[in-house]
Design a binder for this molecule. Structure first.
Ligand SMILES: [Zn+2]
Length: 454
């Protein structure tokens, strides 16, 4: 008999269209959900009381550069891409494999603490095979569910000369990790940015990923790339564009046609000054959005925050459209508003699970699905009125995460991590900072500490 865990008396948002919301219990056997319903009993099961709390599927982050965890704040006042390359991205080559371990480990601890049970780690710091190995070892050690997307974009100086070893490494990692969907750690590929690499290189990467059945993602920052991928026969639901702010409506339709979507990183897009309209346009076209933090260098590791910001942005942009079309003051009409808060939860669970290739077994609380869940504690002020999903999307912060279960294992309970130590993560971050930025930092080297004049 596998280990059994029974979550009792919660308000359960299953995100499953057939089950809907349930005032009751979730029974977990092994790493899967066995039952959801009222008054469940299970002899010998460990019980967790969720009375007065909200139970949701574990959240997923579909665009995260875990290696940048020690660089939190380094890009806080960044203005445009040049600042990013100078203060963050170009530090790639200063990170050793050991730094990759510490950074990836710390990022995972913080995410688990914040209710992010799955990450798509877009690892574009693979300066050596050991960088990839150590990142993978960190994922194993912190036990977050992870799609490790091996970065194919090498150093800018070397251009394509260092490409073959990365293709070989993907092949050997695939042999090592296998393709079991229920495994906590899976291999994916972060395809080279099309604007930086010859198309033949991108074609070779996509061909290899498809041969091995790997999910892919890429940075979509330059206009027309989705159309180009389609023209070359490379576009597919297994290739997830991140950001995609410049995607035209016809490109979003091409994505929808192949069952694809986009990973939108609202806080990063917002302060980066990028167009926000893509999220509403994607939804309209039928391309599924999911959400990401992108980088701790700019954004707090907080998917609740990303849901809230996305909802706010979507409402703001649509109200603006209505105003410009002389439909003011606002009145409800078909299609307006486009989203309610609950939709954001769909982005961060159901859609995101599909984006990491686990749409039929992750992202909802239903029998047979992988048992990743989060219990949100509304705290002394109580649950918001109306749909409990509103409380999750608009009023919840990482500090309200009471319990986290990943693959049937309790990783956080009563607001405390069970088998990880946030202090260890903090120490790992400090070690990387000392090694990469120097003893003197204490937070950042002087040239990065300077706040530019207004
Ligand atoms: Zn990114």
């Amino acid at each position: 008999m596998p280990e059994r865990l029974l979550i009792k008396n919660g308000f359960v948002i299953t995100m499953d269209p057939l089950l809907g919301d349930v005032l009751g219990d979730v029974l977990i056997e092994g790493d899967r959900v066995a039952a959801v319903g009222a008054n469940l009993t299970a002899e010998g099961a460990t019980e967790i009381d969720a009375r007065g709390k909200i139970v949701i599927p574990g959240l997923l982050d579909t665009h995260m550069h875990s290696w940048q965890a020690p660089l939190r704040g380094a890009y806080a006042h960044g203005w445009g891409n040049a600042d990013y390359y100078e203060n963050v991205f170009n530090l790639r080559e200063s990170f050793t494999a050991k730094d990759m371990y510490d950074a990836t480990f710390a990022a995972g601890v913080e995410m688990i603490d914040a209710g992010v049970t799955t990450v798509l780690n877009f690892c574009h710091n693979t300066m050596s095979p050991e960088h990839a190995d150590e990142s993978i070892r960190a994922h194993r050690d912190n036990g977050q569910r992870a799609l490790f997307a091996m970065g194919m974009l090498g150093s800018f100086d070397e251009l394509s000369v260092d490409h073959q070893w990365r293709l070989d490494k993907v092949r050997s990692l695939h042999a090592e990790l296998g393709g079991d969907p229920s495994s906590l750690l899976r291999l994916g590929m972060a395809v080279s940015s099309m604007e930086f690499r010859p198309i033949e290189q991108v074609e070779a990467e996509v061909a290899l990923a498809r041969e091995l059945g790997l999910r892919m993602t890429f940075h979509q920052n330059t206009g027309g790339q989705i159309r180009e991928l389609h023209r070359l026969g490379l576009l597919g639901g297994d290739l997830l564009p991140a950001h995609a702010n410049v995607a035209a409506d016809d490109e979003l339709e091409l994505l929808a046609d192949c069952g694809g979507g986009i990973s939108f990183t609202p806080e990063g897009e917002f302060v980066g000054g990028r167009s926000m309209t893509v999220i509403g346009r994607a939804l309209k076209a039928g391309a599924t959005p999911s959400l990401g933090v992108d980088t701790a260098a700019r954004t707090k590791v907080d998917i609740f925050g990303q849901m809230r910001i996305t909802f706010t942005i979507m409402r703001y942009l649509q109200a603006q459209e209505e105003r410009e079309a002389d439909r003011w003051p606002l009145v409800r009409r078909p299609g307006a508003p486009q989203v309610e808060p609950r939709k954001m939860l769909e982005f961060a669970t159901v859609n995101a699970a599909q984006h990491v290739g686990l749409g039929d077994q992750l992202g909802r609380l239903a029998p047979g699905y992988l048992a990743d869940l989060v219990i949100v504690d509304p705290g002394p002020y109580g649950m918001a009125l109306g749909d409990p999903a509103n409380h999750v999307v608009l009023r919840t912060a990482p500090a309200d995460v009471d319990t986290v279960v990943i693959g049937g294992v309790v990783r956080k309970q009563d607001g405390r991590l069970t088998d990880l130590d946030a202090g260890d993560a903090g120490a790992a971050i400090q070690r990387v900072r000392t090694r990469v930025l120097g003893e003197e930092h204490p937070a950042m080297p002087p040239h990065l500490r300077k706040v530019p004049a207004a």
